[in-house]
Design a binder for this molecule. Structure first.
Ligand code: BTN
Length: 268
C-alpha cells in the first residue's frame, strides 16, 4: 500500500468539487467530521429546491443506518459515507435504487480495477463480497417527494476491522485492490457516475435494466428470498423497472418482488 492509516486522506469539499464535470450532482458539497447520519443532514435541506444535487459526506457517523433497520458501522475515515439529495425525481422507487447501484458499481469497479457486480436490489459486490450499500429514503414536501440517496462504500477497512459474522460476506476496496484507495478521487468518480446514470435512466429506463443484466450476480441463478415474511425460491429471470425482481418460482408460475419488502436469503 502506498499510504497507511497514519496518513489520513481527509475528504475536502474543494478538492471534490474541483474540475467536477457534473450537471446536477455536487454543485454543493458539505463534509462533516462527524454526524449522526448524512441521510438526516441531507433531509434537512429537502424543502428548498435549490438544494437539488446537494452532497453530504462525513468521516464518521454516530448512528449510520442501513436497509431493513440495520446499523451501518464504519470507523472514522475508513469509508465514503455519502448522501445525495434529489428534491425531485422522475424515477420510481424500483428504478432509483437500481440506477444508484449501477452508478456506484461503476465508480467502485474503476477504482478497484476489478468489475464490481450488483446483488439486487442494491448491494455492490467485489469478488463475491459486499463492498458498498445503498439506502434510499423519501420525504414528503407539501406536494412532492424528495429523495435522499445514502451510499456507504468500504474503503480502508482491513479484514480485522469486520466483525466475525461479516468476515465472509464483507470487504473493502483496499482489501480487494491491494492498494490504498484515494477517497477523493473515488468520491469524484461516484458523483460523476450518479450524475450520468440518473440522466440516462430518466431518458431511457431500458438502459438501466440492460446494464443491470450485465452486472447482476443473480440473473439466471436460483435464489431464495423473504417477501412480507414469506419465503420464496426460484430462478431469477429478470428485473422489471416497475415491479422489481422477476422469479420463475419452484412452485410454478412467475412472480415479481418489490425491493422495499424483499430480503434475499441464503439457500437452505
Ligand atoms: C445497506 O444496508 O446496505 C445500506 C447502507 C447505507 C449506508 C449509508 S452511509 C451514508 C448514508 N447515511 C446513513 O446513515 N446510511 C447511508
Amino acid at each position: 500500500m502506498t499510504k497507511t492509516k497514519s496518513v489520513p486522506d481527509l475528504l475536502d469539499p474543494d478538492k471534490i468539487k474541483s474540475n467536477l464535470k457534473t450537471k446536477r450532482i455536487g454543485k454543493k458539497v458539505i463534509v462533516y467530521a462527524s454526524t449522526a447520519s448524512t441521510n438526516n443532514v441531507a433531509a434537512e435541506y429537502a424543502k428548498n429546491n435549490t438544494n437539488d444535487g446537494l452532497v453530504v459526506l462525513a468521516e464518521e457517523q454516530i448512528s449510520g443506518r442501513g436497509r431493513g433497520g440495520n446499523r451501518w458501522l464504519s470507523a472514522k475515515g475508513d469509508s465514503i459515507l455519502c448522501s445525495i439529495l434529489l428534491t425531485q425525481c422522475k424515477l420510481n422507487t424500483e428504478l432509483l435504487p437500481l440506477t444508484i447501484a449501477t452508478a456506484t458499481a461503476e465508480a467502485v469497479g474503476k477504482c478497484a480495477k476489478t468489475e464490481a457486480k450488483i446483488k439486487w436490489p442494491n448491494d455492490v459486490i467485489l469478488n463475491n463480497k459486499k463492498v458498498a450499500g445503498i439506502l434510499v429514503e423519501s420525504k414528503k414536501i407539501v406536494r412532492h417527494i424528495a429523495y435522499v440517496i445514502g451510499i456507504g462504500i468500504n474503503c480502508h477497512q482491513h479484514k480485522k476491522d469486520f466483525p466475525a459474522d461479516l468476515l465472509k460476506t464483507a470487504t473493502s476496496i483496499d482489501i480487494e485492490s491491494g492498494t490504498f484507495t484515494d477517497r477523493i478521487s473515488l468520491t469524484k468518480r461516484l458523483l460523476t457516475s450518479v450524475d450520468h446514470w440518473l440522466a440516462t435512466a430518466e431518458n431511457d429506463e431500458k438502459k438501466i435494466v440492460e446494464h443491470w443484466q450485465k452486472l447482476s450476480t443473480q440473473l439466471n441463478h436460483h435464489i431464495a428470498l423473504v417477501y412480507n415474511k414469506k419465503r420464496f425460491a426460484g430462478h431469477c429471470i429478470g428485473i422489471d423497472p416497475q415491479q422489481g425482481l422477476v422469479l420463475q418460482l419452484d412452485t410454478g408460475g412467475i412472480r415479481m418482488f418489490h425491493a422495499a419488502q424483499t430480503t434475499i436469503v441464503r439457500e437452505k
